[in-house]
Structures are given as structure tokens and as C-alpha cells.
Ligand binder design. Structure first.
Ligand code: PLP
Length: 439
């Protein structure tokens, strides 16, 4: 289902999440507004943790911060006994400043700079996920008292069933050392010579928004074959294996993704089988889910504004957000299923295209959707907006980014206030600029 676990209807028949009327939230906090259901986030994290319970060698759930990161979310991760997967020095610092245990942090990324490698080494992160020869050199040169714990990111040469733009496991990818080209073995050869590095294992992440879980066993087998070769050549044994993230979510009722439990069953069974068959010891297992933790938890609210009917062609209904807060439709043709908050169960009366407010023709949020006739000021909810939307939000057209509220048990708390123009100007150098407000 596209809505958060706690979605329901108020006595007036409005759409609610976490016991809060979405229309009231929009009136109180303004729009665009991102509403996150805490229960959904916790339920998904718990399902991932439960999937590891039966794994004999132990493991960890490292939430992929790139999907959406905020101090409020880090607090939930800590409360739910999860770690985090960061892909930049910025994400690392946010996670650490918000109280995450550095040993529960994994740090992939294809082009970390010397500062990021040094920060990770200094913090003592759980794993630096090494993605290039240059990164090996940076680790080699890092001034650190303790050895950096690392995983080698492998590219297993498996293309999952997802959009090309979010597929990462195939050979032609900027991520990971290719196994079939011999580059992974060359990287291992080199990694094992670096005194600063404690190479603990290997990592893969084959892509995102994956529905067909068959790609995981396929990739795991390729990785396990590589580990057999690594043992033969170097006596190297992986203590840790990260299977990455990638589980898809439903954006519309047509989408039927596997559940978190199914994902965890496929991953644990395939790793267990592949390692046992090759007489490799079972590794500590890491998973790095992002989208499937926060995606369905988030609902974006917009107010309806202008309407443009082009007879015989199309009707555009514009809302007060768009590509500035959610670039996914423009980036990779993402589809959504909007709902009218005051009448969520009313049948569609017209087919419209929901346009954003940004000055770009391609700023279309939802193309050709069927909704009851919209009035100016109506609130539209766009479900499944919790991942890779706000995280990629911009200030295009000098637009302040939206506020965010977390809802639970009928309570809504603002976890991010709406930006102001002052926020936008904060980093600008105003020397010599005439500011009427200051005179
Ligand atoms: N791990 C790595 C290395 C990633 O690049 C990503 C995102 O693509 C993830 C985990 C999370 O993926 P997803 O949000 O599809 O679960």
C-alpha cells in the first residue's frame, strides 16, 4: 500500500496519518509540508532487525542516510538500535553530532576526498567502504593511531530490475571494483599491503527500487566465488559482508514490492547457502536499507493553485511545490498517486496533470491522474514521498525548502521548520549590497 501504516480517516472523512488530520496539519504548518509517520519508520527498522535475529554470525541494520537524514530520524535510529550508512563527510558529521555510535557507521562513496577519509579514520567508523585505488592510497596516507576498518566495494556484474539511473551492480557502473575484469582482485592485492587498513570483508549494493529479489542470490554467488579466489590467493577470509540496500516500495497501487521480511529471508538464505557451499565461514551480515525505511513513511502535502485547461489536450492543476522539494519525477520519471485530503475515497471525476510551481516545463509532479474535481486551496497528499525527495531538495527559484513534521499517536512535532529567505541569504556575501531593511 502506498500510504503509511498509520493512515486512516478522521470522523469527517479526511485523510489522516499518525492520528493527525492532514488537512489540519497543512492549515497549521503551511504547504508544501512533509509528514512522516514515526510508526512506519520504526516498523520497517524492526522488520529488518528481526530478519537478522536468526543470522548466527550477527549483523547490523545500517539505515542509508542518503534517502532522508535529519536529527529526528537519527534519534529514532538510536532508539531502534540501528546504525547508519553515510556517503559523505556531511552525512557522517550529522550522524555523529546527533549521537550515533561511530562504530555503527558504514561509509561508502565513490570519490571520498582526503578530508572525508581522515574524518572517518579519526571518528573510528565501523567500516570505510573502499571504492577506488585512490581511496586505498588515501587510507595508506592517513595519519591515524588505529587501523581503519574497511570493506571492499565489489561490483558483481548483476543488473537488477530497476531504472538504469538507480542500478549500480552492473559492470558499467561508477561504483565498486569489477570482479569479472580482475580489478576487484587487484584492489584486494593492494588493500592487503596497507598497514593502516584492517580489511574486514566485502560490500555490494546492486541498485535501488528493486522488486525482483532474484538478483540478490545471483550477486551473492558472484561475491562468494570471488571470496573463494581471495582465500586461495591470499588466505583472506571475509569476516563481514554487506548486502547493501535496494528493496523497492509501492508508489502506486500497481506496485507490489516484496516485504522487508521477504527481502531479509532471501538475503540471509542466499548468503548462508552461498558461503556454506564454498566452505566459507558465515560473515557478520550488514544491510543498508534506505527507501524501504522512510519512503512509505513520508507524505507530501501541497495546496492547489492555478488551473489551466487546454481544450482537447490536457488540464494542468498547479500546486505550490514540485521539483524543488521532489525532483524524482523529473530525474527518473517517478510516478505517484495523489490523494485529495478532504475526500480520499471519492472516485476520480477528471484526469489532470499536476504541475509544480517551478519555472521549468518539465516540473510536472504527476502526469495524467484521476482525482475528484479540485478547488483552489484544496490539499493534495502525495504518498510514498519520504525517500530521495527532501534529501535532494533545492532552493531553485529562491524557494525555501518545506517544513517537516513527524506524527505519532495523534501528536505532530515539527522537526524541521520551513526555511526563510534569511536562510537562503545566510551564506551570501552581502558586502556592498544595498539592503533597504538595514537602512
Ligand atoms: N547503500 C548504498 C551504498 C547506496 O548507494 C544506497 C542507495 O542507492 C543504499 C545503500 C540504499 O538503497 P535503498 O534506498 O534503495 O535501500
Amino acid at each position: 500500500m502506498v500510504l503509511p501504516d498509520s493512515a486512516g480517516r478522521t470522523a469527517a472523512g479526511h485523510l489522516s496519518v499518525g492520528g493527525c488530520d492532514l488537512g489540519e496539519l497543512a492549515a497549521r504548518h503551511g504547504t508544501p509540508l512533509y509528514v512522516y509517520c514515526e510508526a512506519t519508520i520504526r516498523n520497517r527498522l524492526r522488520a529488518y532487525r528481526a530478519g537478522l535475529d536468526a543470522w548466527p554470525a550477527g549483523g547490523d541494520v545500517l539505515y542509508a542516510a542518503k534517502a532522508y537524514l535529519s536529527p529526528a530520524l537519527v534519534r529514532i535510529l538510536v532508539e531502534e538500535d540501528c546504525g547508519v550508512d553515510v556517503v559523505s563527510g556531511g552525512e557522517l558529521e550529522v550522524a555523529l553530532r546527533c549521537g550515533l555510535d561511530p562504530r555503527r557507521v558504514s561509509f561508502p562513496g565513490n570519490n571520498k576526498d582526503a578530508g572525508e577519509v581522515a574524518a572517518a579514520a579519526h571518528a573510528g567508523v565501523g567500516h570505510l567502504v573502499i571504492d577506488s585505488e585512490r581511496e586505498l592510497d588515501l587510507v595508506n596516507g592517513a595519519a591515524t593511531d588505529t587501523r581503519v576498518r574497511g570493506l571492499l566495494r565489489l561490483s558483481p556484474g548483476v543488473k537488477p530490475d530497476t531504472h538504469d539511473y538507480i542500478s549500480t551492480g552492473q559492470l558499467d557502473s561508477k561504483f565498486g571494483f569489477g570482479i569479472e575484469t580482475g580489478q576487484a582482485m587487484a584492489a584486494l592485492d593492494k588493500a592487503l599491503t596497507i598497514a593502516n587498513l584492517e580489511l574486514r570483508g566485502v560490500h555490494m549494493h546492486i541498485g535501488s527500487q528493486i522488486f525482483n529479489l532474484g538478483s540478490y542470490p545471483e550477486a551473492v554467488n558472484v561475491v562468494a566465488d570471488f571470496l573463494v579466489e581471495a582465500r586461495r590467493k591470499h588466505g583472506f577470509v571475509a569476516q563481514t559482508f554487506s548486502a547493501g540496500g535496494g528493496l523497492g516500495i509501492a508508489y502506486t497501487d500497481d506496485d507490489e514490492p516484496p516485504t522487508v521480511s521477504e527481502f531479509m529471508r532471501v538475503v540471509t538464505e542466499s548468503v548462508g547457502r552461498a558461503f556454506a557451499a564454498r566452505d566459507l565461514p558465515l560473515p557478520t551480515l550488514l544491510v543498508e536499507p534506505g527507501r524501504s525505511v522512510v519512503g512509505s513513511a513520508g507524505v507530501a502535502l501541497y495546496s492547489v493553485g492555478a488551473r489551466k485547461e487546454i481544450p482537447g489536450v490536457r488540464t494542468y492543476v498547479a500546486v505550490d511545490g514540485g521539483m524543488g522539494d521532489n525532483i524524482r519525477p523529473k530525474l527518473y520519471g517517478a510516478r505517484y498517486q495523489p490523494i485529495l485530503v478532504r475526500a480520499p475515497d471519492s472516485p476520480g471525476e477528471e484526469v489532470i496533470t499536476i504541475a509544480g510551481r517551478y519555472c521549468e516545463s518539465t516540473d510536472i509532479l504527476v502526469r495524467d491522474c484521476s482525482l475528484p474535481t479540485l478547488r483552489e486551496g484544496d490539499i493534495i497528499a502525495v504518498p510514498a514521498a519520504g525517500a530521495y525527495s527532501l534529501a535532494m531538495a533545492s532552493n531553485y527559484n529562491a524557494s525555501p525548502r518545506p517544513a517537516v513534521v513527524f506524527v505519532s499517536g495523534g501528536e505532530a512535532r515539527v522537526v524541521r521548520r520551513r526555511e526563510t529567505i534569511d536562510d537562503l541569504l545566510r551564506s551570501e556575501v552581502m558586502d556592498g549590497v544595498h539592503s533597504p531593511a538595514a537602512s
